[in-house]
Design a protein around this ligand. Sequence first.
Ligand code: ZN
Length: 442
Amino acid sequence: MTATLAGRIPPDIGDQLLGLVRTLLPFNRSITGQGVRDTLAAIGDVAPLEVHAIPTGTQVFDWTIPKEWNLKEAYIEDSRGNRIVDSRNSNLHVVGYSVPIDARMPLAELKRHLHTLPDQPDWIPYRTSYYKETWGFCLSHRQLEGLTDGEYHVRIDASLEPGVLNYGEAVIPGRSTDEFLLSAHVCHPTLCNDNLSGIAIAAWIARLLAQQRRRYTYRVLFIPGTIGAIAWLATHRETLGRVKHGLVLALLGRSAPLTYKKTRNGTAEIDAVAAHVLRRRGGSHEILEFSPWGYDERQFNSPGIALDVGRLSRGSEGGYPEYHTSADNFDLLNAAALGESFAALCEIIDVVERNGRYRNLRGYGEPQLGKYGLYENLGGASSVTAARLALLWVLNQSDGSHSLLDIAERSGLLFDDIVFAAERLHAAGLLEPLDSHLHEEA
Ligand code: ZN
């Protein structure tokens, strides 16, 4: 049988993920532009990636692909020519999608274009204006308070012109054309937990998945938030019917409880699997009901699309003070949290891959297990007791209506022990697989 992903996680995965975050940190991402292309190129060094481009003006459902935005530099100079705000110090200083400007103006007028966080006076906010043409700067409230009256020179050297929207896609073929969709947004500059943690984990899971053929075909998307998801959905209508499970990956690098947000229906297999894995891992965790807010789970769960896509994160968007500020930086992440998030994702995939139903072929009383050698060679199980119990649970519950995950849940035994028992019972001729992938693996 196929080796589990969890058993093949590189021992230094947390540091590898941090390393990728550091590589991606300087690129000035937005929903379009060179920063996205640089990001996708760097992901391509980690995992097999195809980069796609959709031209400005393309209609995608109710939306239109916007003009492409690229920033060269932006600054505010005081009357003595000192650069008091400079995009070279932080990509967050410029409101994303600012139109070009080169003008002098008094402080009162400039202030109408400045954004700060009075409650967090040392942090720079993250602001964008994708669909309304305007310009602006973001700075710390403390810096704003220090500005004196006088004339200021503002310059934003940017282009907002017809171009393309790029996204990246890693498609890793499995034994089945049925798909497992994974998705991370790639549109935030600088921010580490909200954006780069999800990108790094998505890149590394694609890398690991590509090393061995699996049951499902995996499709890992690196897309600008909202418009990228809508563009992908609008251009992949024929693919949607093959997507059986999915996860949006975001906010995975900070020390906060592992959090699973359910699909719109809340009754999908991925909902049961993710809840099972988070519970069985122990420690603090949270299961959230679906809401049409957050990341691209909103698009994947819209009524006309209705894919079974949940979301794996640690905590929620807006659920930590550093969210969408300059304090969502490299120091907010830690290798242990990233590594644990990655391990949980691997376990979820491992359960989805191996879940299925069997039928007991000797259901009139228990079969005499010793006769089939089933009390021997129990080395693949977590303990001899668990292995024996698992045999009885699988035999008892395999009436065709309960999956291996159902049996793990009901028995309180490890999913791996249940799978091990089912494979041995199948090999002994006592069970018949009801799902075709269980035949292939036996
Ligand atoms: Zn965000």
